[in-house]
Design a protein around this ligand. Structure first.
Ligand SMILES: [Zn+2]
Length: 320
């Protein structure tokens, strides 16, 4: 049997040891190179695109020779106004890409010796950077599997049987319950969405799947509508999971990863942020055969290209 990719040496191209051994200056250089790949890490003014700058080395800032604008390597990116050292930032990215089912924020804050709040916001900013690769706006084609899975809003049964409510009834359910509807190309990417009911997935397929594609779905009746637009293979999960090649196993493995992430690492996820975890799991799923050094570099590069996060900048200051 072939060796699993994650067991091979080829999957390990970056380590915390290497990051800390190389030190702060090397980490800073990495961020510069990812921010300005076209000039090999030489600063380019974000305001006027001029590439001649004065270096204010003591403060790690640059001043544009053309327009006198002062900026740093993270100005205008999701890491704007970061306080963490670059080496710790890189270590955080390494820890996050290494965790194939995500990592809890308590754990990250312990590993980095930073506040829980710092870890929480940092990880959410990185999920936004991942989402750029997931929510690309491109339609899916080839063979696409579609399915939905419920997350959050667990209603704990009462202690005594006599007090328990029928949790199948709508009025006894939590309003925090959401469905992640995921579309997955059998040969390609995962595209997740968060909705209130699985039936909304029909409209999402209409918007996001090429007309020449073929589909797979389970027996749920709302997917019947898809037959009007596509050739749809159906599989009845109450009878069989894979019926002569008709299955939705690829999208199920995405849900398996997301489920393990939510149950095993985060324990509770707010419906407000479920889309972030859904994108995170999709990104991990799409990149499951990529070595960790490449993943970390891709993530830094996305983060340097991502603009200041409106959702996460000053998150705790606003909450306070
Ligand atoms: Zn300038």
């Amino acid at each position: 049997m072939a060796q699993h990719f994650l067991l091979s040496a080829a999957s390990r191209t970056l380590s915390l040891r290497a990051i800390y051994k190389a030190g702060e200056a090397a980490a800073y250089q990495t961020f510069c190179e990812m921010r300005w790949p076209e000039t090999n890490g030489e600063a380019v003014c974000p305001r006027c695109s001029h590439d001649a700058t004065y270096k204010i080395t003591t403060r790690r800032k640059f001043k544009c020779k053309a327009c006198a604008h002062q900026f740093s390597v993270t100005s205008g990116t999701i890491f704007a106004s970061r306080k963490m050292d670059f080496v710790d930032l890189l270590a955080a990215i390494c820890i996050i890409v290494n965790a194939s089912k995500g990592v809890s924020m308590i754990q990250l804050s312990r590993d980095l010796d930073c506040q829980y709040k710092t870890a929480f916001v940092l990880a959410h900013k990185l999920r936004e950077a991942m989402a750029q690769e997931v929510q690309t706006g491109e339609v899916l084609d080839g063979h696409v599997e579609v399915d939905g899975a419920y997350f959050g809003g667990h209603v704990r049964p009462e202690n005594a049987k006599a007090d328990r409510k029928d949790r199948r009834l709508k009025e006894n359910r939590s309003d925090k319950r959401r469905v992640v509807v995921a579309l997955r190309e059998r040969q390609g990417r995962v595209l997740p969405f968060v909705t209130r009911i699985e039936g909304e997935g029909v409209a999402l397929v209409n918007e996001n799947v090429d007309r020449m594609a073929t589909l797979s779905a389970d027996e749920a009746s709302h997917w019947d509508l898809l037959h009007a637009g596509w050739d749809v293979e159906r599989v009845n999960h109450s009878e069989i999971y894979s019926d002569h090649g008709k299955h939705t196993n690829m999208v199920e493995s995405y849900f398996s990863r997301l489920r393990r992430m939510v149950v095993g690492q985060h324990h509770h996820v707010s419906p407000h942020y479920l889309h972030q975890y859904a994108n995170h799991a999709a990104w991990l799923e799409d990149n499951r055969r990529t070595d960790n050094g490449t993943l970390a570099h891709t993530l830094v590069s996305n983060a340097m290209g991502a603009r200041v996060s409106r959702n996460w900048k000053g998150y705790w200051q606003r909450a306070a």
